[in-house]
Design a protein around this ligand. Structure first.
Ligand code: SF4
Length: 234
């Protein structure tokens, strides 16, 4: 199975799916480009391979500088949280605070330097109205549901891999000192335990998944990358 091809198929399907949703985000709007972006190792390998962020001579210093401040580090992966929820357990306590810095992958013009290869967390951030004016993003409930499901699916596709803050992954891939500390913040991915879907969104979500699993990936389909008949709890 080619997980990079599967990831690209997921990104492409998601872009097509969200094309009909109203979005106020425009080129140069980078409010959500912070130091708190989470990703899987699969997404980071894909980005580093194709976007080659380390060819920018200033990138190392910018990442190291961000990591000197506070950045968010999750206490559990998305599937670990879903698994606890499905078992009726409390979520893991999140003790990490969100940092205030800008993403070091923004270029001097305020644009994403790795845009075609950015992780899903960046793709999933959108707003129906200007979040600079409103102070927060506005998103339809069903899009939030789909986003969570895609996070879970990407983690499952990368189930042998890892999850954490994008900056910790980047620094671990840089051939420089200063990256010894960050590996302790990286979590092991977990298989998909099932989806938790609001009852009123269940028919629409099932329809979404029927389309999703049929997306071709070489000789396979995206459904081949998922567990057989994943649980859907409402
Ligand atoms: S990777 Fe690109 S889209 Fe994502 S936060 Fe950084 S600059 Fe923004």
């Amino acid at each position: 199975m080619n997980t990079h091809d599967a990831l690209l198929a997921i990104y492409t399907f998601y872009d097509d799916f969200t094309a009909d949703f109203p979005v106020a985000c425009r080129s140069g709007c980078n409010t959500c480009c912070t130091t708190n972006v989470m990703a899987t190792s699969l997404e980071m390998d894909y980005m580093v391979k194709w976007a080659r962020p380390f060819t920018d001579p200033g990138i190392s210093d910018r990442i190291l500088s961000c990591l000197k401040g506070s950045v968010y580090r999750p206490s559990s992966t998305i599937n670990q949280s879903a698994s606890r929820c499905l078992a009726g357990r409390e979520p893991v306590y999140e003790h990490s605070m969100h940092g205030l810095g800008a993403c070091p992958l923004l270029n001097r013009d305020g644009l994403c330097s790795v845009y075609p290869y950015r992780p899903f967390a960046c793709r999933a951030m959108s707003s129906e109205s200007s979040c600079q004016e409103a102070g927060s993003a506005l998103m339809q409930s069903f899009l939030v549901t789909v986003n969570l499901a895609i996070y879970q699916i990407i983690e499952h596709v990368d189930k042998e891999g890892e999850y954490g803050n994008m900056l910790d992954f980047l620094i671990a891939r840089m051939k420089t000192s200063g990256n010894e500390e960050t590996s302790r913040y990286i979590l092991r991915n977990q298989e998909l335990p099932g989806f938790i879907i609001p009852p009123d969104e269940l028919p629409r979500f099932k329809s979404f998944m029927r389309r999703f699993i049929r997306v071709p990936v070489g000789d396979l389909k995206l459904g081949d990358y998922l567990p057989q008949s994943p649980r859907i709890i409402s």
